[in-house]
Each structure stands twice: as C-alpha cells, then as structure tokens.
Design a protein around this ligand. Structure first.
Ligand SMILES: C[S@@+](CC[C@H](N)C(=O)[O-])C[C@H]1O[C@@H](n2cnc3c(N)ncnc32)[C@H](O)[C@@H]1O
Length: 258
C-alpha cells in the first residue's frame, strides 16, 4: 500500500527539485539545518533511509568533502529507478528495500564488492544514518530502529526528521475523516492510525500517500528501545506568520550496536 502510493507520486515528487538540487528545497530551514549538522559530524559513510529520488544522497556526496560512501534505500521501485537514473557519483548507490529489512540485510557499505565482503567481516559500518521525512509511513518503527543500530557504528549518529504530528491535528480534513483515530467524534492524538496524507508543495497538490499518524513519543521510544540515545530535538521550522512548527528534527547517538 505505502510502496504503491509512493510509486504513483514518484515522477511528480522528482519535479519538486530544481535540476535535482536538494539544497533548493528550503522547507522552512529544515534542509539547511540537516546539512549543517551533517557537515559538523563530518561522516565518511552515510546511510539514507527512505531516499526517495535520491537527491539528498547525491547532494551529501557532492557537498560534504569527508563523504566517501552513501547508500540510499527505499521501498518504492519507481523512486529507486529515478534515483539510479539521476545518479552521477560512483560513491552513491541505491538499494530497493523496506527500512524494516535493515535488521536482516547487508548493504554495500564499502565501495567495491571485494572490500565490501572484507568490510563486513571487519565490521565496517555507517557513521551516520539519515531518515529525512521518510519514517512517517513505515509499518514497524521499532524494527527500523533495530536495523539502524545494526548498520551504524557505536557512537555514530542517527538524524531523523518528521512532519510535526501535532501540527494541524485538529483541523486537517484527512484526520477528521479517519475513523480509527477517533474517540467519539474527536480525533485522538495519542492513537496510531493510517491517514491519507495530502501533499502540498509550492502551491501544488500531488496525489495522496498513506501516512501513519504516530505521537511524537512513538519515535523517541523506538529510538531509545534500540539504544539510540537522543542528543537533540529541534522544532524551529515555522512558516512565516504561522504558529506551529511544520517539521521536527531529532538526533540520536547509537550507544548499543546489535
Ligand atoms: C517524503 S519522501 C522523502 C524522500 C527523501 N528522503 C527526501 O527527503 O526527499 C518519503 C520516502 O520514504 C519512502 N518510504 C516509505 N516507507 C518506507 C519504508 N518502510 N522503507 C523504505 N522507504 C520507505 C517512500 O517510498 C518515499 O520515497
């Protein structure tokens, strides 16, 4: 269901970026914030979870001098096709898979297959995993977090950005229509349920995708359960004239590797 909807939206989603330029997507300061943090962390190996069109992966590889390897994963076949077709860097590669599979699957963390095999036995891991606006519709958040602590090195970072689950909660039509999220006539913030996510960007409305409504604590608890200790939360991503933050940034440090 989730993969199919993202497949439908993929080609239009790709056109939201000018010349494949991820940096162009300003998103009330979120993009710059993520980039700023990544340049402070100075990673060599980056895992991009829910990479979509793959532009963040390519942008990171182009703009951060320390980066030697980026692997982007995505559940949607069409998203991965677009990512592969636009890729000009041999440091970047893409794998079609669900984030929940990170617990079991190997990834090409080193650049060549030979080094990859050796790398795995030598325990080469990613320095940082990024999930930029992509974990709002995974089926099993805890499985994803367990996968991250398997692929990221001890002391490595996890950067998570999500749309603010509290923003527009009582006013958004798609929430009001959702029967499972209701208690009586009112939507219930603390419950989890699927809703239709209407995609509005630069004045355009794209076909809907499915979004799992989760309270903020669902993300933080899942991180902590996998030994990813939260080191920062930032919600200063507010549109001019608005009150609620549109996005939430959460950063964690992997303190238990599985
Ligand atoms: C809003 S897009 C974000 C893409 C990209 N990170 C960006 O910042 O432009 C969400 C992406 O997450 C992917 N996705 C959703 N659920 C997923 C899952 N369980 N495993 C992997 N990717 C998933 C979708 O296919 C989609 O490409």
């Amino acid at each position: 269901m989730v993969a199919r909807r993202w497949g439908i939206i993929a080609d239009q989603y790709a056109t939201l970026f000018l010349d494949h330029d991820f940096g162009d997507r300003e998103l009330t300061g979120l993009t710059d914030f993520v980039h700023g943090r990544l340049s402070q962390i100075r990673p060599e190996r980056v895992l991009d979870i829910g990479t979509g069109t793959g532009y963040l992966a390519q942008w990171v590889s182009k703009s951060l001098p320390t980066v030697r390897r980026v692997v982007g994963i995505d559940i949607s076949a069409r998203m991965v096709e677009i990512a592969v077709a636009s890729n000009r860097s041999e440091r970047v590669s893409y794998v079609r898979m669900a984030a929940e599979e990170l617990r079991r699957r190997r990834l090409p963390v080193a650049q060549s297959t030979l080094i990859e095999a050796a790398g795995h036995s030598a325990g080469v891991r990613f320095d940082v995993a990024v999930a930029n606006l992509s974990l709002m519709d995974v089926y099993d958040l805890r499985a994803v977090m367990a996968g991250i602590s398997r692929h990221v090195k001890l002391g490595g970072k996890f950067i998570l950005t999500i749309t603010n689950p509290m923003a527009g909660f009582l006013s958004t039509a798609s929430y009001r229509e959702e029967p499972l999220g209701r208690v009586g006539r009112r939507p219930c913030y603390s419950r989890e349920f699927w809703k239709k996510g209407i995609f509005l960007f630069k004045g355009r409305e794209l076909p809907f995708v499915y979004i799992r409504h989760r309270p903020l604590c669902a993300y933080t608890s899942a991180m902590l359960a996998s030994g990813i200790v939260i080191s920062d939360i930032c919600d200063r991503f507010v549109q001019p004239g608005a009150f609620e933050p549109v996005y939430i940034y959460i950063e964690g440090e992997v303190q238990k590797c599985t």
